[in-house]
Design a protein around this ligand. Sequence first.
Ligand code: G1P
Length: 288
Amino acid sequence: MEVKKAVLPVAGLGTRMLPITKVVPKELLNIVDRPTIEYVVDEAIEAGLETLIFIISQGKGNIIDYFDTNLNLRSFLRERGKMELLKKVEEVEDKVEHLIGIWQKTPEGLGHAILMAEKAVGDEPFAVLLGDDLVDAEVPCIKQMITMYKEHPANYIAIEKVAWEDVHRYGIIEGEEVSSGLIKIKKVVEKPKREEAPTNFAIIGRYIFNPEIFEYLKRIEKAPSGEYQLTDAIQLMINEGKEVYAYLFEGKRFDTGNKKGYFRTVLHYASKDPELKEVLLSFCKELS
Ligand code: G1P
């Protein structure tokens, strides 16, 4: 079966980016000229994903509003002859063919958020794209993973090697390399201490799951953090003989959910625009 649906969990409180996230979801923070979430949505669409299921929470409905049609704005721009701007607005509003919004009413973690999508996903494989991880790649990261899924329909998780001092910020995997860049996972640990991390292969926010994951998400217990961890469900799947692979994707990943990562992301995407790159370089000269 083809992967046609994507779950985008964007319900997180964004505490690392407070105080702005009191009023602006971190997924709507601007990266040069578009909010973070639009880059994620573009990746999903380029990968051929047709139904996007947003898991949102109170105060984050404007993530969906961003992709909704604003008829008043359209007619205002048309009347004023602002056709270029109208084109830009229409482009965003016409982007997502089929959007579903599901509210996660209590902040009970990523595992819980994904389980909320069960009915909307149904009995199909699906992709998960976290709203604060961006991947700049020639072939979109989730598309690379869908290609792997087509060849061998198992569960896939994108990983990258991170610095050892950062392992405590991620889910960390351990396993056996089955082919270049592909590891069959034996163990996953959520945010281990540096001395307890089995490797420095970190999970980044791109996954492909068979619908069987939902049964495992129902069976896990809350972690001491008070959250249902997706990694616990993954470990349970592995324990019961399901195939889960970690994939070293091609591309560059950016974590927009903290101050330094957000800054790097803005600089990276700005430097892709020749005019902005010039501004950036001359500003760096001023600083040095
Ligand atoms: C979540 C996952 C973690 C993963 C990370 C990637 O953590 O729980 O396993 O490594 O996303 O961004 P969060 O960043 O939501 O705390």
